[in-house]
Design a binder for this molecule. Sequence first.
Ligand SMILES: [Zn+2]
Length: 264
Amino acid sequence: MRYTIVALSVSLMAVSCFAGEKKTPPAEPLPVREETVFNAPDTIPRELIEQINREKERFVPALEQLIANDSETLLVLVDKQHRLPESYSPPDLVPVTTGRSYIPNRADLSLRKGTEAALERMAAAALENGIKLVVSSTYRSWKYQEGLYDRNVRQLGKEAADRESAPPGASQHQLGTVVDFGSITDDFAQTAAGKWLAENAARFGWSLSFPDGYEAVTGYRWECWHYRYIGPEAAAFQKEWFGDVQQYMLEFIDAWIRWKGVGD
Ligand SMILES: [Zn+2]
């Protein structure tokens, strides 16, 4: 079953309508407005779509603005079903290095320029609260991810590997807008940094990609250390309309953009 949201912003088509049977059509049939219907992805919970439908006059313009403002394509959907090509690498990578408010865990880290700046803003705020954010993993190329995934499959078996590592092209890390913080283990959630991030990251535009209890939705088990930069507006939008689940928002936006593209 598909849940529908009627889009208000698309042009309305005038179609002829003859009431009843064919015998005596009126000389000048009145045009009726046929609204174009957007089918929200099945994967998004019904109650969220119903809420959006109830408030679509507010939702649709806010969504359109969010998409229009996304000049850096921070909101692109990447998962096991929506993969990046091998040829994709971010356009504006900069090194994640020492001399900033965060602590890089190794020497070869990099992020997109705007994402690194956003990380520095968040890390500076954390530092004011006495919290040091340790950056452990950032951009990964398609090739690097391939090696990582293959190694995990060899060591853990495919089923276990798939729960916590992405095949090449399916990792958000290829976007250059993702940071794994701290120990990259479940224990991180109980550290001061882990707790600080859970409470504050959204204010700075960072979103926990794989929250606890959503493995069936995201395709990954809980990763308390993996944050994606989507911008403060999108982080607030995700919280207001999508139950604070990044996957729901990005799936919706992906479907919406494809739908609008077909209509153009
Ligand atoms: Zn990660």
